[in-house]
Design a protein around this ligand. Structure first.
Ligand SMILES: Cc1ncc(COP(=O)(O)O)c(C=O)c1O
Length: 266
């Protein structure tokens, strides 16, 4: 175990050298769609549309923003979570509406979600508490019946699966955290998984002030020009964090195994 983590650290150190040695070390291209998003995550986690960001909180906030949650809307959520989940709702000036949690898992109770739906409900936000997946079939069935998007806060559940489906492939939005104590850590970081190209493109734009840096047009003066088509945030992941994440990702199955062994031994 010690040897394995030392090997990962060695790899991280080597990988971080590249962005650090560049003239502008913490800009975007190192962490582009060809690196972490297309190569690593797709193979490892089979997630079709991941958007890398600089925290799990940013991922949840971005998901709510893309889902169209705004001032005065209600979001059905859980109180058994980190403050980040529900702060993200408040950041959109929307109202968290707390549903009950199940006694045995600590996860949101699907039946209680349905009781709390009103004409003001705009989304359902669930948390896989301690990495144990919520009842996603039931939750998605209720959401579909009421035409509501589902956001999974999977900050604790990277690498977990539900009925054989990996986290990040089940609902409209899934949010991972890569904060210091998570399965994979970039110091601080996150990944927003979307399930369609339109939401993915919104994620790519809104994580960086509404600018799609993949499709900038060279200006007559020779530098890349851009068009700001909507408002966005400063939520992109920087290259140094990305390099650390890239080095760690292949080790995700080992981390999951170690955690399971640790839990079972207690
Ligand atoms: C359930 C949950 N959601 C969201 C977050 C926020 O993640 P981050 O610290 O990467 O912003 C955390 C952080 O620990 C968390 O536990």
């Amino acid at each position: 175990m010690k040897k394995e983590s030392e090997a990962v650290m060695e790899k991280e150190t080597k990988q971080v050298e590249a962005p650090v040695r560049k003239t502008i070390p913490i800009q975007y291209p190192y962490m582009n769609e060809q690196s972490i998003q297309n190569v690593m995550i797709k193979q490892q986690l089979k997630i079709p549309f991941p958007v890398t960001v600089n925290s799990g909180t940013a991922a949840v906030h971005l998901a709510l923003d893309i889902a169209g949650v705004g001032p005065g809307d209600e979001v059905i959520t859980t109180s058994l979570t980190c403050a980040a989940t529900n702060h993200a709702i408040l950041m959109q000036y929307a109202k968290p509406v707390f549903a009950d949690v199940q006694y045995d898992t600590g996860n949101i109770d699907p039946e209680d979600i349905e009781h709390r739906i009103t004409p003001k409900t705009k989304a359902v936000l669930v948390v896989h508490w301690a990495g144990y997946p919520c009842d996603m079939d039931e939750i998605n069935a209720i959401a579909k019946k009421h035409n509501l998007p589902v956001i999974e806060d999977a900050a604790h559940a990277m690498g977990a699966s539900y009925k054989g489906k990996p986290m990040g492939t089940i609902s409209d939005f899934t949010c991972f955290s890569l904060q210091a104590i998570k399965h994979i850590t970039t110091g601080d970081g996150g990944i927003l998984c979307t399930n369609n190209i339109q939401d993915y493109q919104k994620g790519i734009r809104r994580r960086w002030f509404g600018i799609d840096r993949n499709h900038r047009i060279p200006s007559v003066l020779g530098h890349a020009d851009y068009d700001i088509v909507e408002r966005g945030f400063k939520y992109h992941m920087n290259d140094i964090a990305a390099a650390i994440g890239l080095a760690q990702l292949p080790d995700l199955p080992n981390t999951g195994r170690s955690l399971r062994t640790f839990r079972e031994s207690r």
